[in-house]
Design a protein around this ligand. Structure first.
Ligand code: NDP
Ligand code: 8X3
Length: 257
């Protein structure tokens, strides 16, 4: 991951899971970091770990809900000077909520999931793209999901939001095709993070059952894939990666011991 050295990387959703693991891995390889999430205490802890282990790495944390358009605009206006030219944006913040049938899904779930996973990703990208276009360089890495490739019952809103991430990634890659900007999409399958705990509103037993009998991927597995994607030579675009837990063929076919 040598090419991460000295870069400026912005990671959304860096307070847990993939984002936190990616922050630590990017720091290990010398990337300076802008880390965002709503839980500032958790961001501070990640920042403290990085400062203790990699003291030369600069870290700027932003307490921000990606779906709050005004706040996103204001937060990116206030970047310290070293952080203004972002080389790599990892659009990772996202969540699911519940498992409702289409006929029952409440409007609040639709708003929460779409506003975070779709609008939030666009809002943040819009703050970073102008400078990337001006410099004719940069890399946007969007975290999609296998749920954005195959819809599953009771997953409609989350699946739709990740299908949207796929479409936005493709559109942006085409729109920036005449530039040196790169657009990548990482599509994980089952990985044990706080994802299921959030989906099931803190119900640990329900969240744990998701991973019963199968060894899920870890946040570090996905962080490695993000770091690899960001580290390839600028002439190379890792456009789409799908990473599955060994034993998960798709959202439906999961081998459990
Ligand atoms: P986690 O719940 O551990 O992490 C989610 C991160 O997103 C947290 O840092 C959270 O921070 C942040 N986040 C959520 N909503 C918002 C918001 N509105 N504004 C700002 N930040 C927000 O789960 P994962 O690490 O697993 O999830 C990361 C991404 O990976 C998500 O996009 C998810 O959909 C996707 N994914 C996860 C898979 C899995 O099996 N785990 C599989 C495929 C995709 P905070 O709460 O502090 O704001
Ligand atoms: C998370 C993967 O299949 O649990 O994006 O929805 S899944």
């Amino acid at each position: 991951f040598d090419r991460l050295q000295g870069k400026v990387t912005c990671i959304t959703g860096a307070s847990s899971g993939f984002g936190e693991a990616a922050a630590i891995l990017f720091a290990k390889h010398g990337s300076n970091l802008i880390l965002t999430a709503r839980r500032e205490d958790r961001l501070k802890k990640v920042s403290e770990v990085i400062s203790a282990e990699y003291p030369t790495v600069k870290v700027h944390i932003i307490k921000m809900d990606v779906s709050d358009h005004e706040l996103v605009i204001e937060s990116f206006k206030k970047l310290p000077s070293w952080a203004k030219d972002i080389d790599i944006l990892v659009n990772n913040a996202g969540q699911s909520y519940g498992l409702d049938l289409v006929k029952d899904v409440p409007e609040s779930t639709i708003d929460l999931v779409f506003n975070t996973n779709v609008k939030g990703l666009i809002f943040v990208s819009q703050q970073v793209l102008p400078s990337m276009l001006e410099r004719n360089s940069g890399h946007i890495i969007n975290v999609g999901s296998i749920a954005g490739q195959t819809a599953y019952p009771n997953g409609s809103i989350y699946c739709a939001s990740k299908f949207a991430v796929h479409a936005i990634s493709d559109s942006l890659r085409i729109e920036t095709n005449s530039t040196k900007i790169r657009v990548s999409e990482i599509n994980p399958g089952m990985a044990e993070t706080e994802f299921s705990l959030v989906r099931f509103d803190g119900d640990e037993e329900r969240a744990g059952n998701v991973y019963k009998g199968i060894e899920p991927m870890t946040a570090d597995d996905i962080a490695e894939i993000i770091a690899f994607t960001a580290s390839t030579h600028p002439r190379c675009v890792v456009s789409n990666v799908t990473a599955l837990a060994n034993g998960q063929a798709n959202p439906f076919i999961v081998h459990r011991d």
